[in-house]
Design a protein around this ligand. Structure first.
Ligand code: COA
Length: 332
């Protein structure tokens, strides 16, 4: 049976930086409040003409080049995004595939909000283990600034733009295999985080995003509590199911939503500070892009070595959540 191996990582962040100080000129807030409640200091904002697919393409180019795999050898492209280029079609994954010169590959987007990267990882693993695909490009890319209401201080301080990508390929070597991926959802909490209209359930004027309800709305406090409770249990479960102790994890890479959520989950699992990867201060919450962007930071700082075990966890709108145990397995 083939196993799925996590071969490479790449990421892209737009140039423009939006600091907490900048936000104080837009809404009634302060650097002190944002830093204390979220740990975020700044986030990146895409250029007006820069699409989610543009960022995803740049991240994917780096991931492909680091994997040493040619675009023509990719047989599936899956993109996790809640801010696709187009409302319905074409999918962002097909645009990215075309930009990269990938032809005849299966390509589609998935919508699982901040848990998106764990979902695409599970999809890649399942397709490879079932021998349906061999070389899968997975991407998390978001232009959240396009769906953020910059008059709502409860949400606009949190979100940013960016993209990350990884190449997952088949291997016969079990020591390289992604150990486990777990995903789940509970739609009865759907109203905690949502873009309320703009879909088939409503009449809307797409040009007036506010009236159309296309901007993100969130019940932050309730979301926070459910996130801590659900993530702590989910991570405990995946460690226990695989007989792995938290102290033997090399890198804990949580979704970068809020430092306080990361700290609460990390403390409950007795993670040491040196195990926890943190990028939330400089990128804010980039939803489906946040985990691969964080893995890329780890890689570029020289701290991610072949064979090291990553524990990923995420939580997001839907509600969705998930976790994964992933050894870094670059091709020699
Ligand atoms: N600046 C200053 N004050 C703000 C503010 C801001 N940006 N946003 C909210 N406030 C105010 C509220 O109006 C409220 O004021 P009141 O007490 O006078 O009514 C007060 O701060 C407390 O609001 P609350 O929403 O209870 O704050 P909180 O401690 O829950 O922090 C979040 C708000 C959004 C930072 C926090 O709830 C959070 O991070 N939640 C999880 C969000 C998340 O991670 N979502 C994505 C999941 S993937």
């Amino acid at each position: 049976m083939p196993y799925a191996a996590f071969r490479s990582i790449g990421a892209y962040v737009p140039q423009k930086v939006l600091t907490n100080e900048d936000l104080t000129k837009m809404v009634d807030t302060s650097d002190e409040w944002i830093t204390k409640r979220t740990g975020i200091k700044e986030r990146r904002i895409a250029a007006e003409d820069e699409k989610t697919s543009d960022m995803g393409t740049k991240a994917a180019q780096i991931a492909l080049s680091r994997a040493g795999i040619a675009a023509e050898d990719i047989d599936m492209v899956v993109c996790a995004t809640i801010s696709p280029d187009y409302f319905c079609m074409p999918s962002t994954a097909t645009v990215i595939a075309a930009n990269l010169g990938i032809k005849n590959a299966t390509a589609f987007d998935i919508s699982a909000a901040c848990t998106g990267f764990i979902y695409v990882l599970e999809i890649a693993k399942a397709f490879i283990e079932s021998k349906t695909k061999k070389n899968v490009l997975i991407i998390g890319a978001e232009k959240l600034s396009a769906i953020t209401d910059y008059t709502d201080r409860g949400t606009c301080i949190l979100f940013g733009d960016g993209a990350g990508a990884a190449v997952i390929t088949a291997t016969e070597d079990k020591s390289e295999a992604i150990v486990d991926v777990h995903t789940a959802s509970d739609g009865s909490f759907g109203d905690l985080l949502m873009t309320p209209n703009g879909g088939s359930g409503s009449k809307h004027d797409a040009l007036d995003k506010e009236a159309a309800g296309c901007y993100m709305q969130m019940k932050g406090n309730e979301t926070f509590k459910v996130a801590v409770r659900t993530l702590t249990q989910d991570v405990r479960d995946i460690l226990e199911a695989n007989g792995i102790q938290s102290e033997s994890i090399d890198h804990f890479v949580p979704h970068q939503a809020n430092y306080r959520i990361i700290k609460a989950v990390g403390d409950a699992l007795k993670m040491r500070e040196d195990q926890v990867v943190l990028t939330v201060a400089k990128y804010g919450n980039t939803s489906g892009a946040s985990i691969p962007m964080a893995i890329n930071d780890l890689y570029e700082s020289g701290e991610l070595k072949a064979g090291e075990m990553m524990l990923l966890d995420a939580f997001g709108g839907g509600l969705t959540w998930g976790s994964a145990l992933v050894p870094f397995a670059p091709l020699k």
